[in-house]
Each structure stands twice: as C-alpha cells, then as structure tokens.
Design a protein around this ligand. Structure first.
Ligand code: ZN
Length: 259
C-alpha cells in the first residue's frame, strides 16, 4: 500500500517539477487525462539523432497516437451506441482501456506476447469464429506480423457482415508499404498509403480521419520528428505537416451495405 502511495505521489510531483523547469515550453492539453502543460520529448535513436519533441503527456503517458485514438473513439461513441457492441482491443494500450471499457458493452483484449490479456492470439490466424466482435481497435501492430494480407483478412473476418467497425491507426511514412522480407527491430515492414486501399478492398466503407480534423495544436497530435535537431517532414502529402513532421491518420473500416 505504501508503495502505491509513493507511486501516486511521484505521478503528481513529476509533472509539477517538469513544468517548473520547462516554464518557457509550449503548453498543450491532454484530451485523455486533462493534464495541461508541457509535454515531454522522446529520443527515438542516437544514430541517426532522432527525437520526437512534445510527445508524451506527463499526466497519463499518452503520446500522439493515443490522444488521436481517444478523440476518434469519443467521436464514434457519439455516432453509434457502443454500449450494445463488443470490442476486441489488440495490443491494448493502458491509457485507452478505461475509455473503451466505459463505452462498450463487452471489452476484451488480445496479444500474442503481452501478459495479462484475455486472449493470446496470432493476428494472422485468430481463433475466434466469424463475426465474433462488433469492433476491433488496433494501433501500430500491422508492421509486425510477416503476412499483412492474412492480418487484414482476419480483421474483417471476425467482424459481422453489417455494423462492424475496425479502428486502425498506423503511421504512413511511405507512399507504398516497404516489406523487409525478414524481422528488423521486431518489425516486418513500414506502412505506406497503399494500406488504405487494401482496407477499402475488404470493407464496405473506410473513413480516413486525420488529426487536423481536431484541434491538433492544443492536443499535440502531430508526430514532430527532429533529425539532428532539424524538423524532418519528408512524408507523403496526405499526412505531411510542413515544418513539423507527419499527422496522425486513423482509418475506420465499416461493414455492411450503406455503411
Ligand atoms: Zn494525459
């Protein structure tokens, strides 16, 4: 119990200290936890020197994609009665769990390796019957399994013929997906914009929601990338944020005629 209190105290004190020492820094608001203040920068690698300025919320540890996913899910909750739907959260992110549990009638998690999930599943061949879930939430996972086609087929298969939703968040750093042909840093590929076409082949309708649909400056939804201290923005046009980096893009696949 004492341990838990000291963790809680750290959670409260750390943002206060960070704010004191970064008083001149830009101020953002986290839509997930309502924290307001500077966000923390993250180093991606030392060689090449890559950093992501203003990435991490000091209140809930969310980064750009989490905040974007949160806003998209809140939008969907206004348009659909999620309380009547089941959701499978693949590779579940802690900072989205509470929101998904609150909105959906049934909430379950899956991952191939992470401990503590409801289902240990290989995304290329899931054990669930067809149409088993009404909604799937998946973010930054499709770079990993060797067979991307199989993953996309499975995402569609476990949804119902009508009224299903697949909420897919990936980074589109290329025009075309670049397959590695082997694992590099635990990934099989980097995703390109052609993933959106592949989703359109499988779903009756695919919504593309970009972070500029929201107040991306207040919520800090742009993946700001610095290479050797300079802003890097050489990304495909639909997601490129000139002078900053690239925008979040969430695809929502719908099933059913007239979806
Ligand atoms: Zn937060």
């Amino acid at each position: 119990m004492r341990h838990r209190w000291s963790e809680r105290a750290k959670q409260l004190v750390r943002p206060m200290l960070y704010r004191m020492f970064h008083a001149q820094s830009e101020v953002f608001t986290c839509p997930i936890c309502a924290y307001r203040g500077p966000f923390k920068s993250k180093r991606i690698s030392r060689s090449p020197d890559l950093t992501r300025p203003h990435s991490k919320c000091l209140g809930c540890a969310s980064n750009e994609r989490h905040r974007m996913m949160y806003l998209v899910i809140e939008d969907l909750a206004e348009r659909y009665d999620l309380s009547q739907m089941s959701v499978l959260h693949i590779a579940p992110e802690d900072c989205l769990t509470t929101q998904l549990r609150q909105h959906f009638g049934r909430y379950e998690t899956a991952d191939l390796f992470a401990p503590g999930v409801d289902h240990k599943e290989d995304l290329q061949a899931m054990s669930f019957p067809d149409g088993h879930y009404d909604c799937i939430v998946i973010s930054r996972v499709l770079t990993v399994p060797p067979d991307l086609d199989a993953c996309l087929n499975e995402l569609r298969r476990v949804l119902p013929a009508t009224g299903g939703l697949a909420i897919v968040a990936e980074t589109y750093t290329h025009e075309s997906t670049q397959e590695f042909g082997r694992f590099i840093n635990e990934r099989s590929r980097e995703i390109g914009l052609d993933l959106l076409e592949q989703l359109e082949q499988r779903f009756d309708r695919v919504e593309q929601i970009r972070s500029d649909h929201y107040d991306e400056k207040t919520f800090q939804l742009t993946n700001r990338i610095h290479r050797d201290g300079q802003a890097h923005d050489a990304y495909p046009e639909p997601v490129r944020h000139p002078g900053l980096g690239f925008r979040e893009l969430v695809a929502v696949g719908h099933t059913g005629p007239g979806a």
